[in-house]
Design a protein around this ligand. Sequence first.
Ligand SMILES: *[C@@H]1O[C@H](CO)[C@@H](O)[C@H](O)[C@H]1NC(C)=O
Ligand SMILES: *[C@@H]1O[C@H](CO)[C@@H](O)[C@H](O)[C@H]1NC(C)=O
Ligand SMILES: *[C@@H]1O[C@H](CO)[C@@H](O)[C@H](O)[C@H]1NC(C)=O
Ligand SMILES: *[C@@H]1O[C@H](CO)[C@@H](O)[C@H](O)[C@H]1NC(C)=O
Length: 442
Amino acid sequence: MSALRTLAFLALIAGVSSSKTSDCSYVSLLTHLNLTETNDVLEIMRPVKNWTTPTLVQVDMVLFGILKVDEKSQTVTSHIGLQMRWTNEFLTWNPSDFCGINVLSIPRSRLWIPDVEIIEDSSDTGSISRSPVVSLSPNGLVKANARQRLTSTCLLNVSMFPFDTQNCEITFSSMNSDAYTIQLGTVHSEALLNNISELSMVTKGEWELENMDIKYVNGIKVGGSQSKLLYTIRISRKPMLYVINLIVPLFYFLVLDLGSFFISEARGEKLSFKVTILLSISVLLLILKDILPSTEDNLPLIATYCVTIFAMVGLSVLEAMLVSYLYDLDGCCCNTAQSPVDEVDIQLEVDFHKEPPAAEETPEKSSRPLDRPSDGDLLKLILQEVKAAQQEVKRQDKDQREPGRYRRLANIIDRVFFTVYFLTITIFMTCMNTFWLTEQTN
Ligand SMILES: *[C@@H]1O[C@H](CO)[C@@H](O)[C@H](O)[C@H]1NC(C)=O
Ligand SMILES: *[C@@H]1O[C@H](CO)[C@@H](O)[C@H](O)[C@H]1NC(C)=O
Ligand SMILES: *[C@@H]1O[C@H](CO)[C@@H](O)[C@H](O)[C@H]1NC(C)=O
Ligand SMILES: *[C@@H]1O[C@H](CO)[C@@H](O)[C@H](O)[C@H]1NC(C)=O
């Protein structure tokens, strides 16, 4: 009797264990879920038992890196990780029936996948890498992961370049289904997604992730269109490169131009120095042209900065030209006024020392002394040399002591211009600084 009972007990144990071993394979679970053969119904229809139930699709996005921000084409290239979750009401099981299997990987092609896409996506199709399988949980929760090199359009406001902060939106929305059939949401909170992004950001380039803001727009409330999930990414530029490359050199050129007012006018180097500065500024303007988009509606502040500096140096070159012209005018007037008198003077002296007939031969005197050197000629030559030297000394004295009226005018213009120029630069630089600093502290 007891032996029979033991046998029955053993048989029971064997039966249970055998049923358990058979249920521990994925095959039995797949059979239970009717997935062993191609099940078209699961592929083509939204998996809800009552069609009025909307499917909640939860999309979590994590930012892995900001690869490129192109101001010219107004696009932002980033590397993102996506996880989409939704519930399939037909694919549920009890894990205890199947040896505790609590996750099942199923090929993507076997199941209905929501057509949730990024609206701003302008990248080519090869840039998205989706996992070929989705994972299924006992309660019917489906998780699909993807990574994407996303090139999204973003309206970049470069008016404060290079101290700018950009807000770029990444909008998830179903392509076809309206808000009654697909609703969107996130699994994790905004703070946690921000933390994960902060930790997993590897490449940031010249950009710093400020924060990521998540907003849900319910399509039913907005007139029955598609629901939208908006990720607003706020990034700020690290301006150091542009400060070193553009702003400081331009300012330095301006200071050099101020300094060039102290170069002596007489040597004639001032003008060429100023023109060199102007050319250097135009080279820097070329760099700027490659960076900024050609939007006319709001001129970036840095363009104002460059163009104003260019215009100011250009004006100062013109002023230097005017001053040098006035100087030349003065020199030319002095010569025409003085030389006839002096020549007459010399002529008179020569006439006084020599006989009248010899005076007529003076034009040819240059060749004469070599042919027939005489005391009279020699004396005359020496006298001429002395006169010329005296005249030169006199002229130089006049140059230094009492400048002509054009020269005085030129000096006044120079001083007034320098003062105005200096004041303008000071005011201009103060204004630019205030604008940029307030923008940076914001
Ligand atoms: C699988 O298919 C059978 C018959 O077609 C059905 O009775 C059963 O409910 C299905 N199972 C599931 C999980 O859909
Ligand atoms: C389907 O859902 C609607 C609204 O929730 C409900 O009124 C209806 O009774 C449901 N139908 C079935 C068959 O459960
Ligand atoms: C760009 O930013 C500036 C200052 O931050 C603002 O005044 C301007 O209105 C913005 N332009 C656009 C088109 O948003
Ligand atoms: C995010 O990180 C901050 C500081 O690192 C921490 O205080 C906060 O609790 C984190 N938030 C979440 C949701 O983990």
